[in-house]
Design a protein around this ligand. Structure first.
Ligand code: BES
Ligand code: MN
Ligand code: ZN
Length: 493
């Protein structure tokens, strides 16, 4: 899709479809008011009749020419001045979906003129692009019988409060973010037989070629030499060779980098502690942390953020097999600490702990790991917020507030010392599981033992990275949060 910025008035804008806002209480947006004048008060009549109340996300198509437009979609935007960030995105997405269903080619969207509570107009324009791409996204490349979808191919946004320079900037940022999200969704939606650790390595290399980022791929032999016994332990049951992808983006000389570490289990069967069959297919999404890291680094590079970033992606399958690790096995991590593997399904922490120790060599200013780590997090927070656990209060607040701004929220859980004893083992330095209670916290407690030498935050994205059921698919979360965090770090205000 091609995105542009327009300063044309709505009544003069030649397009297949205009999208304009209607507020609750019968108030029309600026663009709707202009069209209403052109129509001799017809929109006012429609609103007074109650055909559209203006509730956030309601839509009503007017299937007739208005001014230079073939048709108009009216969209509810809530009370004027009260439209919340998430409601704005939802409203844009709904309207674009209606436009797409009508097979329009060219859209003129006036929604970025709407005032969004606690957000500036540039945010609105950026997120309108993100919401549009999100609404139109499908993963149908593996279907052979789908009728060709007639997709809109251009969308012009009006944002009268923005200068042309600021609008252009927001267009660029919005598209970079939307591209990153689509990239991550594509990686995650691809099935486990295609998206293997080797495939992720190829994708990282291609990303390096596209953006100039330095890519290094550590092979199992390198891990052996380094002593990454925990990562290698998980890889043993699989025929697919494990990899550790290292991405280095330099946007600012020699300053200490932010390290992003993403869990890249391309399929999690549970291993010998095999999972029950229901929804096991969804464990192809167990590399969403990896996809988030690749995509976030891509966005940072495209936006040329003046900041240094190291992306680390330990990637492997978790499979049962003759050589697979077994409950009771004890392995030695890169840190030297020994781990008794009581459940081979708690594999994420095993691959992350070696990557987190490896992160030390980059002398990072902060390390953030992103992982679909625990089912317990889905129970605790559902699909609204990711879990946040950190050894640094300032970093924790920075991330929470970035998530708030980006409408991509996470929420803190405690990482108290008292929980650590749940990991006690009679035979090794620690066990890899901590029992039924507080599963998300004990998983983070495990990681905390490998992250003592730098400010660290862990994002458990098991509940937010993908949807199940009819809407099954990756969401692209928490890329918006991380890009927002990095932009703030790059340009502190
Ligand atoms: N990848 C799963 C976590 C997961 C579960 C993500 C459900 C998304 C939805 C992880 O590797 C796992 O299996 N965790 C176990 C840990 C347990 C054995 C301590 C879990 O959550 O059950
Ligand atoms: Mn598992
Ligand atoms: Zn897993």
């Amino acid at each position: 899709m091609e995105y542009t910025f327009t300063q044309e008035a709505p009544e003069k804008f030649a397009t297949d479809c205009l999208i304009v806002g209607i507020h609750e209480n019968g108030l029309l947006s600026q663009a709707a008011t202009a069209l209403d004048h052109l129509l001799g008060g017809e929109i006012t009549v429609i609103v007074q009749r109650g055909d559209i109340e203006g509730k956030p996300g309601q839509t009503l198509p007017l299937l007739r020419p208005v001014g230079q437009a073939q048709r108009v979609i009216l969209v509810g935007m809530g009370l004027q001045g009260e439209c919340k960030a998430a409601q704005f995105k939802e409203a844009v997405a709904r309207a674009v979906q209606v436009a797409a269903d009508l097979h329009v080619k060219k859209i003129g969207c006036f929604l970025p003129e709407i005032v969004i509570k606690d957000r500036n107009p540039a945010w609105g324009l950026e997120q309108a692009i993100v919401a549009t791409e999100d609404a139109l996204y499908r993963f149908d490349r593996l279907k052979t019988r789908t009728p060709k979808r007639l997709m809109p191919h251009s969308c012009a946004f009006a944002a009268p409060q923005l200068s042309e320079t600021d609008a252009k900037q927001a267009l660029i940022a919005g598209q970079a973010l939307a591209r990153a999200i689509s990239f991550a969704k594509d990686l995650a939606n691809l099935p486990g037989n295609m998206c293997t650790p080797s495939y992720l390595a190829d994708q990282a290399r291609a990303l390096g070629t596209r953006t100039g980022i330095t890519i290094t791929v550590l092979e199992e032999s390198d891990m052996q030499t380094l002593g990454m016994g925990a990562l290698l332990a998980v890889a043993r049951g699989s025929h697919e060779p494990a990899k550790l992808l290292v991405l280095e983006y330099r946007g600012e000389g020699t300053k200490a980098p932010i390290a992003l570490v993403g869990k890249g289990v391309t399929f999690d069967s549970g291993g010998i502690s095999i999972k029950p069959p229901a929804n096991m297919d969804e464990m192809k999404f167990d590399m969403c942390g990896a996809a988030t890291v690749l995509a976030t680094v891509q966005a940072a590079a495209e936006l040329k953020l003046p900041i240094n970033i190291v992306g680390l992606v330990p990637t492997t399958e978790n499979m049962p097999g003759g050589s697979a690790i077994k409950p009771g096995d004890i392995v030695t991590s890169l840190s030297g600490q020994t781990i008794e593997i009581l459940n081979t399904d708690a594999e994420g922490r095993l691959i992350l702990c070696d990557a987190l120790t490896y992160a030390e060599r980059f002398k990072p200013a902060a390390v953030i790991d992103i992982a679909t780590l625990t089912g317990a997090c889905v129970i605790a927070l559902g699909s609204q917020a990711g879990g946040l656990l950190s050894n640094n209060e300032a970093l924790s607040q920075e991330l929470t507030s970035a998530g708030q701004t980006a409408a991509d929220r996470i929420w803190p859980l405690p990482l108290w010392e008292e929980y650590q004893k749940q990991l006690d083992s009679n035979f090794a330095d620690m066990a890899n599981i901590g029992g039924r209670e507080a599963g998300t916290i004990t998983a983070a407690c495990f990681l905390a033992r490998f992250t003592e030498n730098y400010p660290w935050a862990h994002l458990d994205i098991a509940g937010i990275a993908y949807k199940g059921g009819k809407e099954k698919g990756a969401t692209g979360r928490p890329i918006s949060l991380l890009v927002e965090f990095l932009r703030k770090r790059a340009h502190p205000t």
